[in-house]
Every structure is written in C-alpha cells, then in structure tokens.
Ligand binder design. Structure first.
Ligand SMILES: *[C@@H]1O[C@H](CO)[C@@H](O)[C@H](O)[C@H]1NC(C)=O
Ligand SMILES: *[C@@H]1O[C@H](CO)[C@@H](O)[C@H](O)[C@H]1NC(C)=O
Ligand SMILES: *[C@@H]1O[C@H](CO)[C@@H](O)[C@H](O)[C@H]1NC(C)=O
Ligand SMILES: *[C@@H]1O[C@H](CO)[C@@H](O)[C@H](O)[C@H]1NC(C)=O
Length: 758
C-alpha cells in the first residue's frame, strides 16, 4: 500500500501528511546551497595552491564540466528516452559535448560532459547550458556543482608503509605456514565448527576476540555463531561504493560480482583502483575484504560473509563529487545489489552541515522503495570520524532514516577516539584505536597483499554490511526496515562504554537500552541470524506530522528555549502512528555561533535524545540550519502520542573549560584581564593575539539565536510490530519490548506512573 512508501512526493493531497514527512528529509537539500558556501570557504583556505586567487570568492559555488540533461520522450514510450536520442543531442550541441549515459533509475535523464570546459571552475557555463537548451528534445539542463566527499579512515601518524605486513608475515602468509605454527586451543569447536584456516584470521579480533593484544575476550561480532547456523552470505551482493576494488586479489576474485560493478569515476565497467605510490586508493579493497574475503584459501583473513558476492562501485576517485555520481552509484543495479556500503561522507571537520542532494536523495528513496525487487536496498553508512568535536546528525547521509549508520568500538569496548556521536546512529561494530598498533582491522589490501591496520568508522561499516549479508541469506524476504528492526533487537550492550563517561547507557520507554555513542549496541551476527530465520516482516509504515511550531523565538546564552508540543500522532487519520521507528525534529534556526547550540528532544515516555551536540569548530553565524531533519532512533518502539519537548540552548564553554580544552594559559595580570583575554581568544576563531577588540569579543560571547521552526515527524507502524513473532528467550529484547507493548496499548491513556513501571 502506497501509504508506507518512503519519500513519495507525487501522491495527491490525500496523503498530505505523508508528503510533508518526506519533504522534511528532502527539504534538507534547501540548505545545501547555503552550506556549500561554508564548506567551500573552509576548503578554499587549504586549497590556495590549487586554485587561482581570482576564483576564491567567498561564498561562491564551484561547477564541474558535467550536466544533467532531461529529454522529451517520444509519444507512447511512457517517458522512456533511448540512449541514441541523447547521443544525437550531444552531437547537435557541438564539439566537446558527450553523452556519458543515462542516469540510473531515470527514464529520460542523461549525464553529459563538455570536454572543452575546465573540470572545475567558479562559475556556470551559461553558453553550454544555452546550447543544450535550444535543442527541441531538451526539457531541462543543470550544470553539476562540485563538492568534497572524503573517505572515512583514521589516518595513523606512522608512515603508511608500516601498516602493511612485515616481511616475515608476508612470507609466512605466502607459504601458508603462519597458522600451523600457532596452534590454538578452540574451546568452541564442538559448538561452532572449525576455525577458518586463513593466516590472518587470528588477527581478526573483530570476528573472534580471544583477548589478543589486550582486547576483551568475546567482545566481537559473534560471527561464528552465525556461520554455525549454516549461513555465509550465499547469493547476497554487497556493493562497496568507494575508490575501487582490486578484484584480481586472490582473496576476492571468486566472490567478485562483475555484473553489478561499475566505475563512475571514469565511466567504464572496471572499478579497478587508480595507482598512486602511497596506496591512497586502498580503501575500497580493504572494505571489500571485510565483507567477503574467501575462507580457508590461505590468503589474508576471512570475510564476515565469506561466500557473499562483492561489487565494486568506484566513485570517490575524482577531484570533485557531483550529485550525479552519487545518484548513479546508489541507484546502480538495485536488483543485483542487496547492500550498499559507504565509508565516506561530507568532510568531518566539525563545521560542515551537508547531505545528499536532489538526485542522490531520489536514488536512495527509489532504492528503499523498489530495490531488491521491492524489499528495499540496505544502505550502510560509516557514522563519521570527526571525533567528539563533530556530530553525525550534521551529516545528512548518516542521519537519514534510509541509511543504517554504524559507529565503532575498539577491542576493549571503549569508543574509538575519532568516533562522532549522534542520536541517529543505530548500532556499532569494531575498528582500530587502541594503543597497541596491532589492533587495527585485518583485511585484504591492494595488489594481492593483506593489511592489519584498516581503520576508522570506515572499517566499521563494512563489518555491518557483512552481518546484514548473513541475515539476508538466512531470510531473503527481509525488507530494509526488517534489517533495522533486527539490528535494534539483537545488538548488544556487551561491554561497550564511553571512555570519557559522558554518555551512559539508558533505557528507553519500552526497555531498549541505547547509548548516544553506540546506538543500540554492537551487532551480534549469531543473534541476528537466528532471529532473522523466524522473522515476520514488520507491518506497513506510516508518516505523521506530529505538530509544528513556527513562531520565531529568541534564545541567548543566558536563557534557552523549552518548547512543548502535544500530539495525538495523527489518530483518526490514515497515517496514525502508534509504534515508533524513526523520529525527526525538522529545525530552522540561526545563531551567532552555530557550533555552540545544543538541541535535545524528549519523548512523551521520557526518553531524552541529544539531537545536536556542541561542535567547537563550527563558527557559522549566518546559515544556521534550514529545515534540517535531526533524527533520533532512541525512541524506537515507544508510543508517540503525548507531550514532546524540545530544548534549545547555548553550550558556551566557561573560561576554565576553554583553557583546559585548548591548553592556553592566559597572560598574567588581574583576574578580570585574564578572563577578558581568554574570552577574546575564544571569540576570534583562530585565537588572534595582540590588538584584540575586547568589546567586540565580549559581544560575540553574548550569543543569541532564533528558533524559527520545529516540526515533529513521527515514523512507524499502526500495528504492533512484533505480534507475529514467538518469544523464545524470555530475557531477549524482543521479549522485553513485546511485554512493554502489552502493558499499555497505545489506545489506553498511560500515566507517568505506569510509564516508569517499565
Ligand atoms: C538468489 O537470489 C535470486 C534473487 O536475487 C533468486 O531469484 C534466486 O533464486 C536465488 N538463488 C538461490 C540459489 O537461492
Ligand atoms: C532540489 O529540490 C528542491 C525541493 O524539491 C528544489 O526546490 C530545488 O530547486 C532542487 N534543486 C535542484 C538543483 O534541482
Ligand atoms: C537570524 O534570524 C533573525 C530572525 O529572523 C534575523 O533577524 C537575523 O537577521 C538572522 N541572522 C542572520 C545572521 O541571518
Ligand atoms: C553570556 O554572555 C555574557 C556576555 O559576555 C557573559 O557575561 C555571561 O557570562 C555569559 N553567560 C553564560 C551563562 O555563559
């Protein structure tokens, strides 16, 4: 039924609420233009050596030499336009123009390139657009802006050569004697079967943590328990959207799905990584090995889903990303590809607010609605490597409801120091970051080699893709939402903890434990596969606009805003939501310092989600947020009706905290003078010394902001999501949520006392 379709913007007025719901995620794009300016200002600071000074106009947009061109279809072709027509249009437009191909998932849109234009420049080419537009077959033309997307991988301080195998290990690896030397006691053999015989398996602590290198035994993906149930990812394909995949690698070549692969960085079917002598383009190959490196072949380690197929989608290796490259990548072969894994995103500099553009957003929406023959593609996202100074809810890819964003823990259960936190993270897997350098992620590497030091949340996302591949083999009927529900219900707190004690594990209103850093915990492959086997697809999904505040309200560093909103969750309409999945707070605000604004959303059942944390490097004072959909997963399973609260406030560090953080000891003098100079430093973004205008600095510290809109979007089901599932384990999360759902049905009035009873 259409009601549960995602992002369906074209339905009639009857589905008004739903359309608004989807617009909320779309309208995030309205922001992109203004954020581009911020992004590019930041970028241009470091790019002076590349771009001539004349082009460094602050706030300017950069344009590539590619165009999206929409054509008129011939009558009776149902809007479908042949490739040949597009070739003719390019030819008529003149020398330099080339039709690169149809944009994935569209009937009538093509990507053109003009070889006579610079690959990037500071203004549009009006003549090119006019040339194309005057052709009668052309409906519309958009020159593609270029923007930055970066790989997410923590860069070790050591030179990269150290991250490859030592000569001894390499030879041992080659002669397959490494494993024989290290005879291991395996107390789980009877239960779980043989251990893989791959030389690097014992380094893959994320698959089997025996406490190697100071790790915590049994803190791993529990993947052997999944393999023991007979699944290894057969007939499931994961696409690695990255800088290419070395598909000739001995450990990958038999699992390579060439039909589902493509190179959008250079427009050909061979996504082989471009050579550089620093192995910069090893990222995709490393991610691929984590998912589906072959087992028992004596090469490197073992993939999480070692019989699954891997597709390479090369799309990160050009100087500038375009909307079309992203859209093509995420919409490529949606029936051959089950899972798309992305370990990249907008720059994690703690000052960027950016997300998918229009065509990319449409591709994702098409993927979840139509991909996998209607079950929906699974998009897995690395939550980001910006560390505590960034918030992944400012990354529109990770924060999307249609992606599963994955954070990382290190081998003893702490968060990694590069982890960002946000309320949209659904779960976690493992990556590097412990003191011992041998605790990176062991996987395949370029040119037939192996590495032990793949890193960052980059390394975490593919592990999740592998676990989902196992679940999909166990039950190919799982929809994109089933995978999210399974993730919530089977992820474990295990021994994950916040190294800095900022974020505690908290129970939501239906008894699900979550953590602002780790989501619902670490993926448990064994648990997910066994629940997948008995799973019944969750009921239809609805979108309800729970309410909205649009009066402009001022807030300062002295007084924040506490806004309440009472909702019946669209009761009595055809979009009534009774059981929550995702919740979005769509917010428009500006402030004198965006990075100092913090936002909290409190559900009627009392769950408090931090939907925006302080970002000390974000000194934006102009753009703020425009209809930005802050998302939380923390209220999963709760009832949405009742009173929601939004808290808006400044978190400006006090003098002490400021000096502690930046380690600057103020000059001698009176206390007042010291305070003043510290404030002044804080106010001028790069800590100017000397002639600081102290009055202005103080004024800057008197932060003000204006909240202009808060719209509450509720997404979830009308029917209880797990009613058809049998409870096999009374201590499982499934049992807890089901029980909570029977204690107080959504049609009863729940009192606060009742709520706190569970
Ligand atoms: C593999 O998956 C395809 C659909 O993707 C399905 O048609 C086919 O039957 C499956 N093959 C096996 C052996 O399960
Ligand atoms: C993107 O979509 C928004 C909202 O639908 C629209 O206003 C905007 O013009 C679109 N931008 C482009 C470049 O097509
Ligand atoms: C922020 O919004 C307020 C209220 O609409 C407006 O007066 C002010 O000029 C805005 N500030 C900026 C920097 O745009
Ligand atoms: C707010 O700003 C004023 C002006 O600089 C400052 O005196 C005051 O301490 C700030 N208040 C808080 C709570 O930080």
């Amino acid at each position: 039924m259409v009601l549960s379709r995602e992002g369906d913007l074209d339905k009639g007025g009857r589905y008004n609420r739903e359309r608004k719901a989807d617009r909320s995620e779309f309208s995030a794009k309205a922001l992109t233009f203004s954020t581009m300016a911020v992004l590019w200002c930041a970028f241009l600071l470091v790019a002076t050596s590349i771009l001539p000074a004349s082009r460094m106009v602050a706030g300017s947009q950069l344009y590539t030499n590619t165009f999206s061109v929409k054509l008129h279809g011939p009558d009776g072709a149902n809007g479908h336009v042949d490739e040949a027509v597009a070739h003719q249009v390019a030819k008529r437009a003149g020398i330099g123009f080339q039709n690169v191909g149809k944009i994935r998932g569209t009937k009538d849109e093509f990507q053109f390139v003009h070889h006579g234009l610079p690959k990037i420049r500071g203004r549009r080419s009006i003549p090119s657009v006019l040339l194309l537009k005057k052709d009668p077959s052309v409906k519309s033309v958009h020159q593609q802006p270029g923007f930055k997307r970066v790989k997410r991988g923590y860069k070790p301080l050591m030179p990269s050569m150290y991250s490859y195998l030592s000569r001894h290990e390499f030879l041992a690896n080659k002669f397959n004697s490494y494993f024989d030397k290290a005879v291991e006691i395996d107390e789980d053999q009877e239960r779980y079967g043989q251990l893989p015989k791959d030389p690097l398996f014992k380094e893959q602590w994320y698959l089997r943590n025996t406490g190697q290198n100071g790790g915590k035994p049994k803190l791993d993906l529990n993947v052997r328990a999944a393999w023991a149930q007979g699944v290894s990812g057969k007939n499931v394909t994961t696409a690695i959207m990255d800088d290419g995949v070395d598909y000739t690698h001995e450990d990958l070549k038999y699992n390579y799905n060439a039909r589902a692969s493509y190179d959008f960085s250079s427009n050909d079917p061979y996504p082989y990584p471009r050579y550089t002598d620093d192995w910069f383009n090893s990222h995709g190959t490393r991610c691929a090995g984590e998912v589906s490196a072959a087992r028992d072949n004596g090469v490197c380690g073992t993939g999480v889903a070692y019989d699954s197929k891997i597709a390479g989608i090369r799309m990160l290796d050009q100087p500038y990303m375009t909307d079309l490259i992203e859209a093509n990548s995420m919409g490529h072969e949606p029936d051959l590809i089950d899972i798309y894994s992305a370990s990249w995103g907008p720059t994690d500099d703690g000052r960027t607010v950016d997300g998918p553009r229009n065509a990319t957003m449409r591709a994702i929406v098409r993927g979840v609605n139509e991909g996998r023959r209607g079950k929906g593609n699974i998009y897995v996202w690395a939550s980001g490597d910006g560390g505590e100074a960034d918030d992944c809810n400012c990354d529109g890819y990770a924060a999307s409801m249609w992606t599963i964003s994955i954070n990382s823990a290190i081998n003893d259960g702490q968060n990694a120091h590069y982890d960002e936190s946000c309320s949209s993270t659904l779960a976690s897997t493992f990556s590097n970051g412990a003191k011992d350098p041998n605790t990176g992620v062991a996987t395949t590497d370029l040119y037939g080699k192996c590495t032990k030091s793949h890193s960052g949340t980059s390394a975490a996302a593919p592990e999740a893709a592998g676990v989902f591949a196992l679940a999909l083999e166990a039950n190919p009927d799982l929809t994109w939402r089933d995978i999210q529900h399974l993730t919530v219900l089977t992820s474990k707190r295990n021994s994950l903890f916040d190294a800095k004690h900022r974020f505690q594990w908290t129970m939501n209103g239906v008894g699900l434990e979550f953590n602002h850093l780790f989501g619902f915990g670490v993926l448990d492959a064994g648990g997910m596969v066994s629940l997948a086997k008995q799973w019944h697809s969750v009921p239809a999904r609805y979108h309800c606009q729970g309410g909205s505040h649009t009066k402009i309200r001022k807030f300062t560093n002295k007084s924040g805003i506490i806004l309440k909103l009472n909702t019946d969750a669209c009761k009595g309409t055809d979009t009534h939501v009774k059981y929550l999945e995702h919740v979005q707070a769509v917010i428009t605000l500006n402030s004198t310092r965006r990075g100092d604004v913090e936002l909290f959303l409190i559900s009627p059942m009392g769950t408090r989600s931090m939907i925006l944390s302080r970002r000390p490097n974000d000194d934006d004072r102009r753009d703020g947020f425009t209809k930005w959909p802050f998302m939380t997963t923390h209220t999963w399973g709760e009832y949405p009706w009742g009173e929601w609260t939004l808290e808006v406030k400044f978190n400006t560090p006090s003098f002490d905290r400021y000096t502690k953080q930046f380690g600057k000891s103020p000059n001698a003098g009176s206390t007042a003078a010291r305070v003043r100079s510290a404030w002044a430093d804080a106010a001028s973004s790069r800590g100017r010394y000397g002639n600081v205008d102290i009055d202005r600095a103080e004024e800057a510290m008197m932060h003000t902001g204006f909240l202009k809109e808060w719209t509450l979007m509720l997404h979830g089901t009308r029917d209880p999501p797990y009613s058809e599932l049998a409870v096999l384990d009374p201590h499982s999360k499934l049992a807890i949520v089901k029980k909570a759902h029977t204690i107080a049905g959504p049609d009863t009035t729940v009192t606060m006392q009742q709520q706190s009873a569970y």
